[in-house]
Design a protein around this ligand. Structure first.
Ligand code: PLP
Length: 384
C-alpha cells in the first residue's frame, strides 16, 4: 500500500450553492435576522412546491419539528407512538418529552424501513400515532400503514429527514403524513447547518402550529393584522429559525436539482462499480423497491458481521476514506428501555443490521478522483 500522505476524504462535505453567499449577505445587510422574514417565506414556498404539502413552517431543527408534532397531537402521558427502532433518537425523544411511550417495531431486512407487517401487532388502545422514517429516502410501504391509521384512527407522522426529493408511487415523501418533519442539518441533502421544517397536510393544524412555534402566542395573526395585540394562547416554544439561516436554505432549495444531480451521479457510480465486489464478498447493497424514487441521501453497505464491519472501517481509514456506521437500536438504548417499550417479537433484524451497516462518503462535490479512491479502497477489502 502506498501511503503518500493522501488527504482524507471526509464522510460528508457541505455544498455551497450558487446564490448562497449572496443571500446570506443580503439577509445581514437588510437586517432581516430574526425569524419569519422574507427568506423564510421564500424557503417555505419552495418546500410546499417540492413536497406537495399544504403548508410548511421552518423550524430550528427536525428534532423541534417532531417535538411540535407531539404537542399538536395533544399526546398525554402513557399514550403510545409506534415507530422503528432503527432511527435517530430524536424520533423517539420528541414523544418521550411529552410523557408518551415510544413503541419500537423491527425493520425490514431489505429496505431497513419499519416492517409494515409487524405494525398492527404493536397497536393497543393507548396507541395514538405511527411515525414512519424513510431510511436513506427510500419510502416505507405506505398503503398498509395508511390503512392501519385510518382503521384505528391514528395520526400518521413522517420523519422525512432523509426523504426530501424522494417519492412513493409518484407522490412526494412528506405528503403522506398528517404531519411531516424535515431536517436541514449540515448532513442532509439541503442544509443550513441546523434547521428543519414542519409540513402540515391537514389545514386544521395550521393555526395551532403557528402558535406553538411562536412561544404559544398568536404573534403570526397579529403581524397579519388579524388581532390587535398578541397574547399567550397555548403551550409552545421558540421554534423559528433566524432569517439568516432561511437565506442559506433558500439558496440550497433553489439549487436542489443541481445538488440532486450530483448526489445521484455518486450513488449510481457506487452502486454499479461495487456490485461485483459486493456479490463476491457476501455484502449487501441498498435495495430500492419498485415505485420508490429515492433522493440519494446516503450510500450504505451491509457487511456480513460486526467484525468485518469494524475491520472494513479500519481498512478504509488506512486508505484515507472516512466511513461511518449509523443508528444504534433505540429499543435497547438506555433511554429507550426507560421511556419506551419494544413491540411483540422484539427487533432482531434491527440488532443485526445496526452492527453490519457502514456508510461511505457521498456529497455533491465528491470529484471523480476521490470517488475512484473510495471505490478502490472498498474493492481492496476482502471479507474474512
Ligand atoms: C437528521 C435526523 C433527524 C434530526 O434532524 P435535526 O435537524 O438535526 O434535528 C431526525 N430524524 C432522522 C431520521 C434524521 O436523520
Amino acid at each position: 500500500m502506498s501511503t503518500t500522505c493522501l488527504n482524507t476524504i471526509p464522510f460528508n462535505r457541505t455544498h455551497i450553492s450558487d446564490n448562497e453567499l449572496g443571500y446570506l449577505a443580503e439577509a445581514v445587510r437588510e437586517g432581516s435576522t430574526c425569524g419569519d422574514g422574507p427568506f423564510t417565506r421564500r424557503a417555505s414556498t419552495l418546500l410546499t412546491e417540492m413536497t406537495g404539502s399544504d403548508h410548511a413552517l421552518l423550524t430550528t431543527s427536525c428534532t423541534h419539528a417532531l417535538e411540535m408534532s407531539a404537542i399538536l397531537l395533544d399526546l398525554q402521558p402513557g399514550d403510545e407512538v409506534i415507530m422503528p427502532s432503527f432511527t435517530f433518537m430524536s424520533t423517539a425523544n420528541a414523544y418521550a418529552l411529552r410523557g408518551a411511550v415510544p413503541v419500537f417495531v423491527d425493520c425490514r431486512p431489505d429496505t431497513l424501513n419499519i416492517d409494515e407487517q409487524l405494525v398492527e401487532a404493536a397497536i393497543t388502545d393507548r396507541t395514538r400515532a405511527i411515525v414512519v422514517v424513510h431510511y436513506a429516502g427510500v419510502a416505507c410501504t405506505m398503503e398498509p400503514i395508511s390503512e392501519l391509521c385510518a382503521r384505528y384512527a391514528l395520526a400518521l407522522v413522517e420523519d422525512n429527514a432523509h426523504g426530501l426529493g424522494g417519492s412513493y408511487r409518484g407522490r412526494p415523501l412528506g405528503s403522506f403524513g398528517r404531519i411531516a418533519a424535515q431536517s436541514f442539518h449540515a448532513t442532509k441533502n439541503a442544509q443550513c447547518g441546523e434547521g428543519g421544517a414542519l409540513l402540515l397536510n391537514d389545514a386544521d393544524l395550521i393555526g395551532r402550529a403557528e402558535i406553538i412555534r411562536e412561544k404559544g402566542t398568536d404573534r403570526g395573526r397579529f403581524f397579519r393584522g388579524q388581532v390587535d395585540r398578541y397574547r399567550w394562547i397555548d403551550i409552545g416554544s421558540s421554534y423559528l429559525p433566524s432569517d439568516i439561516l432561511a437565506a442559506q436554505l433558500t439558496a440550497q432549495l433553489e439549487s436542489f436539482d443541481k445538488i440532486q444531480f450530483l448526489r445521484h451521479a455518486v450513488w449510481q457510480e457506487y452502486h454499479e462499480r461495487l456490485a461485483d465486489w459486493a456479490a463476491e464478498n457476501g455484502v449487501s447493497q441498498p435495495m430500492v423497491p419498485d415505485g420508490c424514487a429515492h433522493p440519494a441521501h446516503l450510500y450504505y453497505l451491509l457487511l456480513p458481521d460486526l467484525g468485518n464491519r469494524q475491520a472494513f472501517i479500519g481498512h478504509l481509514s488506512e486508505r484515507g476514506v472516512q466511513a461511518a456506521f449509523h443508528y444504534q437500536p433505540l429499543h435497547s438504548a438506555p433511554a429507550g428501555v426507560r421511556y419506551g417499550r419494544v413491540a411483540p417479537g422484539g427487533c432482531p433484524v434491527t440488532e443485526e443490521i445496526a452492527d453490519r451497516l457502514v456508510r461511505i462518503p457521498l456529497y455533491p462535490d465528491l470529484n471523480e478522483t476521490d470517488m475512484a479512491r473510495v471505490i478502490d479502497a472498498v474493492q481492496t477489502y476482502r471479507v474474512s
